[in-house]
Design a protein around this ligand. Sequence first.
Ligand code: NAD
Length: 432
Amino acid sequence: MTIDTTASPDAPTAPHGTPGARALAAALEQFDAAAAYLGLDPGLRDVLRVPQREFVVRFPVKLDDGSVRVHTGYRVQHNVSRGPAKGGLRYHPQVDLDDVRALAMWMTWKCALVDVPFGGAKGGVSCDPRTMSPKELEAVTRRFATEIEPIIGPDSDIPAPDAGTTAQVMAWIMDTVSMHRGYSVPGVVTGKPVSIGGSAGRADATGQGIVYTIEHAARRLGFGLDGATVAVQGFGNVGEAAARLLHEAGARVVAITDVGGGVMSADGLDVAALGRRFAELGSVAGAPDTEPIDNETLFGLEVDVLVLAALEGQVTAANAGRVRARILAEGANGPTDPSADPILHAAGVSVIPDILCNAGGVIVSYFEWAQNRAALAWTREEVNGRLRSQILSAADAVWQRAAAERIPPRLAAHAIAVERVADATRLRGLYP
Ligand code: NAD
């Protein structure tokens, strides 16, 4: 186990480097814009611009064929002034230190914006879970959990699912930590299965939050979800739930893409059937009674709502001009490059910024953590009611600030979040 002290996000890799370097450059550009707008004290700006702690681990795992593979894993805690670090674990070949730094910083702002008592963190392993057997996935997870155990815990840093990880992965982490401690530690992760202390409503929470923020934005634009047309990029934890819940709310989901391809139907897709197909085959591509569609065509569809629920950096200056949607809902983290923002703004596309749009997951993770600490189990109705009120009060704050100060919603969201984190950091002062 090593602590990487060499790399510094002060000098991010050029924007044309890896996807992770581009994500970090985007996160820093957004932070710098908010810090400049707020006139943040330069010392505080320097503190908030860099992660507080970066943990890099390398560990061997035996594969099913008997060979050994060394994996690299990461856990980055960006800021813990407002509470324990919180953020997902990603299993994806693109995971690297810059990627995790960017995602950890976005978690700090997200937790502050929706006012849950957490700081921001993120972690992951560079691997491709789609090519791994369940046994290999469990072995990677248990060993990674062991490696990062010194810095995670219910009072210090609480992981959750992200791209490539699931409730089952969280169950293995919870069990590994519990075995080491000699007693059950349910609060060490959120997004667990309900039968071992997970929260009702957590599996759909990110998608549900996306639906609430879209309803809120649509109301401001004078339309409702009933009959609205929707296109969705990404059909995993987030995209599948968002598509299904939008369909249940009366919207017509006309296009969906995933990593294996895409499907389209002007009459509306059978979202439930596509969910079953994705679970079985790993892609919606080729589903009966649909036409194929690629991402670039999906981005250019004339729909009411475009939901981006795949990965970072999808809409850039190169393709932002194609977007015809009235609302662009950022279900993924960082799906819109900062270079695309002015183009979308000029075209009148209403962007729901990621740190608001996809915050339903961390809000219900907070509920799960609080239920674990109090040994309580709320109903799904109670969870969704609290989620709705918490995410909508953040949405109101964002749109009110954007209108009052005539700034784009993304800058308004970051300004609110950075102000809160700066305030907490200032109040706590410097140690020693
Ligand atoms: P996931 O791995 O469950 O699903 C990702 C989906 O994106 C898959 O359907 C995959 O096929 C698709 N995809 C990948 N590359 C694509 C491409 N080039 N074109 C089209 N589709 C592509 O991941 P997830 O947990 O749903 O996370 C998706 C995004 O949402 C990430 O940015 C993640 O950080 C963010 N997020 C997740 C949660 C959560 O609770 N899981 C919460 C907040 C934000």
